[in-house]
Design a protein around this ligand. Structure first.
Ligand code: GLC
Length: 755
């Protein structure tokens, strides 16, 4: 029988974790236990008699987990993908219950809404599925900047601009975390290509880092406090990001005050100890070797116990926030029906109308539609890889248009279905891998178009693209149309225009494609991106006029791929295959990618150079029109306040996005003609109705990064504020003066790379 004293001593030697006794728990932990907490519980690993959450644990299909230490009341916590919705196994052995999740619109479509309230509403629903399926952290949002349209994961990400991207990410994080679960903003940082993503070394100037590639993370992290940050696979200026003290401690914690944990992306690199020392708290997916490395490093002095305790403290502060720690009794039954409605409405609010000649849209309703394109059936709700959601269903364009009340020309569906069967059989595609396979557009019998034009009211052509993790896109037959697609648009347009009928093109794509060479053949062009499982219904809502489109482009559509500055430093088609070959010399853009375009990304280049584009950043049409009042700008103690009144001058209700760009005074640093500093979207304005939008912009937000001085500077002089419908459509401007220059110091992170 233990004495009371002995019992008390035993209890204090193993205090059960609480919110308020983390230091006691750290004191009570052995070195082995501390190392265990810093390494994920790899797939199927048996940890202290508990099977990891991966294959056999309660949350099957989660991407990873942290390891439990039952002796100290430390539970396992679960980490699952992804940006367009929770990704877990939809079925489980031993039960006929299913665990489907909602496939929401992808990040690029959410950003096209320019509506932070909408994004927060979507991710509040998404976060509810995380909570009710027993997961603690959603491995999202993906926020890497759209440096180049060929990046295979751009659909998961938001924009070419860091202010739009950062504010979308902040809204995303707030929505998910409002459920009491965490997020993991990723991939920190400079993971802007998929080719050789584990090893590619991104060479970026300190200014381009601070003003672009870190700025969206800074906005989101400082305003929304994600529970976790995921470091990326790649190197940055010669060092793996997950091992970079500059990135993980000096910028993230010293400059931005971040309090949460950093986890690696899913790859076990050899530099475990360097990662732990740099401020990477958790190694995922994790293996025993990594635990052993940490223990050995503390024993040989190459890793201090203070560094280990710092990371353990971060982990325990994370764990006590989780539903698993709170023993939340999750239902495994979130309201998927309600969430499907949220997904549909969000897609409709975000889809971009690029072209609408002679008010082709909205259609009257009930028209007979000749629906072309294999993508009408092989519809892409979301991209492939960890960003894909295991959805119960995807509405395709045939169903979406039928649900919207249109009559479809059945002969066309028969043609495409027969082609898909043939193609599938000839490739012996099993059902399993057909899901990620994208059918190429077949040659269409042009002579059939005349009869179809005679018997239908309107033509709708779907151009589809798929992309995903682990591979970048190509220029030919991807960024550019295939020959079959070009012929289809041309033949159908000729036939329908001969009959005085209209042609609508729908771009169901994961990233920017070439449009300049063919857009004039179409009367209308709609851009739903990859709009989620209900996206085709949203497209039907817009074509039928039930919803007035109000989305705007979060990135530039150039005239040609090679107009893009980064096209000179991005893996081209042939280089992608080099990854598998043995190479003696580092290969340009595969082993080392030099961001030599520096800050000249997207509109910062096209607008400043006055280089023509097909569709500019921030562009999007509406079924109505809007007038902007004379704007006002008032300098304050810190920055300025701006306001403008928007009036609906058309005949139908609609929403307008106002984009606020600022031109800093000339002189000093070479700066873009103007940069996005804020934005807002009106409520649904009835015809004749007005709304005043107000913007508050701090001086710091107007600053540029002087890498020689290693600080942010706001130059003295006159600042011009532009009120825009797109970067190229200035509706008004006003100016204010900054009497004296301002500056803001930062840590010496990346100071060494200053050119
Ligand atoms: C992947 C992705 C990352 C994802 C993780 C877990 O490699 O890069 O975005 O969250 O692994 O699946």
């Amino acid at each position: 029988m233990m004495s009371v004293l002995a019992l008390a001593a035993a209890a204090s030697a193993q205090p059960a974790l609480r919110q308020d006794n983390i230091e006691d728990v750290i004191k009570a932990m052995t070195l082995e236990e501390k190392a265990t907490l810093l390494v994920g519980g790899a797939r199927g690993a048996i940890v202290e008699g508990v099977t990891s959450g991966h294959a056999a644990g309660p949350v099957q299909g989660a991407a990873g987990n942290t390891r439990p230490i039952p002796r100290l009341g430390i539970p396992m916590t679960y980490l699952a993908d992804g940006p367009a919705g929770l990704r877990i196994s939809p079925t489980r052995a031993g039960t006929d219950k299913t665990f489907y999740c909602t496939g929401f619109p992808v990040g690029t479509l959410l950003a096209s809404s320019w509506d932070v309230n909408l994004v927060q509403k979507v991710t509040t629903a998404m976060g509810n599925e995380v909570l009710e399926y027993g997961v603690d952290v959603l491995l999202a949002p993906g926020v890497n900047l759209h440096r180049n349209p060929l990046c295979g994961r751009n659909f998961e990400y938001f924009s070419e601009d860091p202010v739009l991207s950062g504010n979308m990410a902040a809204a995303y994080i707030k929505g998910v975390q409002s459920n009491g679960v965490g997020t993991s903003i990723k991939h920190y940082a400079a993971n802007n290509q998929e080719t050789n993503r584990n090893e590619d070394d991104a060479i970026i100037s300190a200014r381009a880092l601070r003003e672009l590639y870190l700025k969206n993370f800074e906005i989101a992290i400082t305003s929304a406090e994600p529970w976790t940050v995921m470091s990326s696979y790649n190197k940055l200026n010669g060092e793996y990001t997950q091992q970079s003290e500059d990135l993980l401690t000096k910028v993230l914690r010293d400059d931005w005050g971040y309090q949460g944990i950093v986890m690696t992306d899913w790859g076990s690199k050899a530099g475990t100890v360097k990662s732990a020392a740099a401020g990477n708290d958790l190694m995922e997916p994790g293996n025993q070797t990594e635990i052993d490395r940490i223990i050995a490093a503390v024993k040989d002095g190459s890793l201090s116990m203070e560094e280990v305790d710092r990371n353990v403290r971060n982990m325990l502060n994370y764990i006590v926030k989780t539903p698993s720690f709170r023993k939340y009794s999750y239902s495994n039954s979130p309201d998927l029906k309600a969430h499907a409605r949220v997904a549909r409405d969000a897609a409709a609010e975000s889809i971009v109308l690029l072209r609408n000649e002679a008010a082709t849209l909205p259609l009257k309703g009930g028209e007979s539609v000749a629906l072309y394109g294999v993508g009408a059936i092989d519809f892409v709700a979301g991209g492939t890889g960890s960003g894909n959601v295991n959805k119960a269903y995807v509405v395709n364009m045939v169903e979406g248009l039928q649900n919207a009340g249109f009559k479809l020309d059945a002969s066309l569906q028969d043609f495409y279905k027969a082609y898909m069967e043939y193609d599938r059989a000839s490739r012996r595609l099993s059902n399993a891998n057909v899901r990620s396979y994208k059918f190429a557009e077949p040659a269409f019998p042009a002579q059939a178009a005349a009869a179809q034009a005679a018997r239908n009211d309107v033509a709708v052509i779907v151009i589809g693209r798929n992309a995903g993790e682990g591979a970048d896109r190509r220029v030919t037959d991807d960024f550019e149309l295939t020959a079959a697609e070009r012929a289809l648009i041309s033949d159908v347009s000729n036939a329908f225009h001969k009959e005085g009928k209209k042609v609508i093109v729908v771009l169901n794509v994961g990233g920017v494609i070439e449009t300049a060479s063919w857009k004039n053949m179409a009367d209308a062009i709609l851009l739903p991106w990859s709009p989620g499982q209900e996206g085709a219904n949203a497209i039907g809502d817009i074509l039928a006029g039930k919803v007035n489109p109000s989305g705007k482009l979060p990135m530039t559509f150039p005239n040609t791929y090679f107009d893009i500055p980064s096209s000179a430093n991005f893996p081209y088609d042939y280089q992608r295959n080099a990854v598998q070959q043995n190479r003696r010399q580092p290969l340009k853009d595969v082993d080392v990618t030099n961001y030599s375009e520096d800050i000249w990304v997207g509109y910062r280049y096209f607008d400043t150079a006055a280089k023509a584009v097909s569709y500019p950043f921030g562009f999007g049409l509406s079924y109505t029109s809007f007038a902007y009042s004379r704007p006002s700008v008032k300098a304050g103690k810190d920055g300025f306040t701006a306001s403008v009144t928007v009036t609906n001058t058309g005949k139908v209700a609609g929403k307008e996005v106002v984009e606020l760009f600022v031109a800093a005074p000339a002189g000093g640093l070479d700066k873009p003609a103007k940069e996005l500093k804020s934005f807002a979207k009106t409520k649904l304005l009835q015809p004749g109705e007005s709304q005043t939008l107000t913007f508050n912009v701090s001086s710091y937000q107007t600053a540029s990064f002087d890498q020689q001085a290693n600080c942010w500077v706001a130059a003295a002089g006159t600042y011009t504020v532009y009120f825009c419908a797109s970067v190229s459509d200035v509706r008004g401007s006003a100016s204010f003066k900054l009497a004296r220059p301002l500056s803001w110091k930062v840590s010496d992170a990346f100071a060494a790379v200053a050119k």
